[in-house]
Write a protein that binds this ligand. Sequence first.
Ligand SMILES: *Cc1c(COP(=O)(O)O)cnc(C)c1O
Length: 368
Amino acid sequence: MQAIPFLSLAPQYDRIRGKLMESFKKVIDEGNFILGGEVDAFEKEYAAYTGVKHCVAVANGLDSLYISLKILGVGEGDEVIVPALTCAPTWMAVSRTGATVVPVDADAKTFNIDTHKIEQVVSLKTKVIMPVNLYGRPADLRAILTIANQKKCFVIEDNAQGHGASIHGQKTGSFGLINATSFYPTKNLGATGDGGAITTNDDDLDEKARCFRNYGSSHRFYHDVIGINSRLDELQAAFLRIKLKHLDDWNDERRELAAFYKRNLTGVGDMILPSDAESVYSAYHLFVVCTKRRDPLKKFLTQQGIETDIHYPVPPHLQKAYSQFGFSKGSFPVAEMICETILSLPLWPGMKMEQVDYVSQCVKKFFN
Ligand SMILES: *Cc1c(COP(=O)(O)O)cnc(C)c1O
């Protein structure tokens, strides 16, 4: 029996440990820890990578979403359309502004927001549509932009799981008027702590985001708005600069491993495997399969030494935190069905093909 963790960051760090240590020393020696040259440089490099004019680095993913909403003027009385299937932070960023979340059910095939159902819930109060590129797979961003243009609302991408993903070669994080992402350690581009960023082509929003993340200050000791403290620190920026250079390689590796899983597992049991349209480059943040026998499969794999996870066992509308909003079981049946049948299999850059093979063999053994 092999022991296979759900995720290991060790192979990534093994490859760049020396460079990280050099950077660590450089930042300590320079002694400039907040909003210095490393953050500046990272912002330029991440903007270039994403194919946008501006990047504003912030403290975490939640703040990147919250600041994006705030600088578009979203607040009490406004509505923001969000996917029913996502992790809680997507919703919480909206709730923190005082605006109302208006969830839309998931597409049963892509797990992303069901574009066809968006139009049914757009109202005069809708300010923003906030798609999530869930599990690394781009949402139907072009169609969503068309709807937003017709209905005169904005698009903010939650690209926390989509670093490096693209549609027809255009990177996610560049479609919305303003886009948000997280560098939580386990994301495709992960810091060694918390981090996040906003990406946009809009000069005015770039300035507003810079101001808002730093107590609403555009000049030292002068404050234009009541902002927050949400700055990426120099050490994280320095580390992210090193990791950004490897992101494409690591994403290609994720996709190769995913392709190997798919070759191994096609037609096994009642399993549904992820599949993407040709125009779509998924960053495979997670490798998520579906089966009606999810719980027994998970248990069996645990017994075989294989760690798996569920993203997510409970959708936001059924969380206690949102219990006062009047949702119940059945409110978003597709998202609920997905949550009951999905399983995330181990996948990380540096995972060995033999390990994918072992997991695949065990899955086959379970269904036989
Ligand atoms: C991780 C994540 C967030 C939150 O990011 P943090 O940096 O943990 O605040 C938001 N949305 C999605 C889709 C995420 O995966």
